[in-house]
Design a protein around this ligand. Sequence first.
Ligand SMILES: Nc1ncnc2c1ncn2[C@@H]1O[C@H](COP(=O)(O)OP(=O)(O)OP(=O)(O)O)[C@@H](O)[C@H]1O
Ligand SMILES: [Mg+2]
Length: 251
Amino acid sequence: MAVDDLSLGFGELTVMRHITVEVPRGSITALVGPSGSGKTTFLRSLNRMNDKVRGFWHQGSVRLDGRDIYGRDVDPLVLRRRVGMVFQRPNPFPMSIEDNVVAGVKAHRMVPRRQLRDVAETHLAQVGLWSAVSDRLHDSPFRLSGGQQQLLCLARALAVEPEVLLLDEPTSSLDPRSTEAVEELVRSVANGLTVIIVTHNLAQARRLSDYTMFFYEGRLVETGPTSQLFEHPSRPETARYLHGETAITSR
Ligand SMILES: Nc1ncnc2c1ncn2[C@@H]1O[C@H](COP(=O)(O)OP(=O)(O)OP(=O)(O)O)[C@@H](O)[C@H]1O
Ligand SMILES: [Mg+2]
């Protein structure tokens, strides 16, 4: 994905200014910065999740394989199959576990109906949930633990075989073990898949990502290979944030 001079906001409010960055295919990029710096808004603009938000506007471009995702000929639903998203809080749909996994596969008619169960099994196994849920595929997902629900949401996102996966603090509501499971999964799927993950957990950014982007007050202050950014930040704002000295800006 290539973001070129992207500014965006809601009504009078400008949330992000003049962001230019390229996200290499198959890499994991961490997005860090204080609360309110615009990470979620930026992430959501990469698959047009802000389109229906009141007052949303953008300038500049976001390209996927060279084509502007905000172009007139782009169907946001088709775009979101290519650029999937998982949110901070697990949000299973009110349907069975199996139907959750294949919801997008069905909607996009990706396989014949009789193959749906196999697709569900494949992706539940991929996220390490298969043995836990194989005997309750037709049960509600809401009795699963929070960590399991998040893995289910990841299975659902992966089942449509996206090219880019956007993760907004996917482990912030999870315990350490579930967090580890999600991190392991992200690492294993990243092969070929481009992952962009927002996290407040700097250790997680360091463990997981190839590149890190540091946002501060609506600007992309610094970006680069993760080890370089953490070990030799080039900007004082980055250094202060990494050392925990940046006050949380209020919303
Ligand atoms: N729908 C909206 N309408 C108006 N303003 C919004 C909307 N969504 C977000 N904002 C504003 O955009 C700014 C950035 O918010 P955003 O949620 O992107 O920050 P963030 O970096 O993700 O913060 P956090 O780390 O707390 O999740 C904030 O000032 C917020 O109030
Ligand atoms: Mg956020």
